[in-house]
Design a protein around this ligand. Structure first.
Ligand SMILES: [Mg+2]
Length: 119
């Protein structure tokens, strides 16, 4: 099983959790990040002692879903619903909560009409 994780808004929000998760994960760990500087991304991962197999830099929201499909990621963690909406249904997805996607004042998720559907 391949684990995929986002960097910003996830690893930097809860480095101890992601360090423990990646160290315990039995398979490859792919870091998929919307960044353009590989060295800086790898420095953050080293700083937080995250175990990973590869870092993939993407330049658009939809590219994350493409990488997840192409690389056979089976579990993926990200903090932006935009990144997750095109991920295949056979991938287990976890949305990581932070101040960017959740309003702690009124305790509601921040969604756009493109990522959320009110019931
Ligand atoms: Mg993020």
């Amino acid at each position: 099983m391949i684990l995929g994780i986002d960097l910003d808004g996830c690893v930097d929000e809860a480095p101890e959790f992601f360090r423990t998760l990646t160290m315990a994960w039995p398979g490859d760990v792919l870091v998929i990040t919307f960044r353009d500087d590989r060295a800086k991304a790898e420095a953050v991962l080293a700083e937080h002692r995250i175990r990973y197999t590869d870092v993939v830099l993407v330049r658009s929201f939809d590219t994350k879903a493409d990488v997840i499909a192409e690389r056979g990621v089976s579990v993926y963690v990200d903090d932006q619903p935009e990144m997750l909406k095109n991920v295949s249904s056979d991938v287990a997805v976890m949305l990581f909560r932070n101040e960017g996607n959740f309003d702690f004042g009124d305790r509601r998720w921040k969604l756009s009409e493109h990522t959320g559907k009110l019931l």
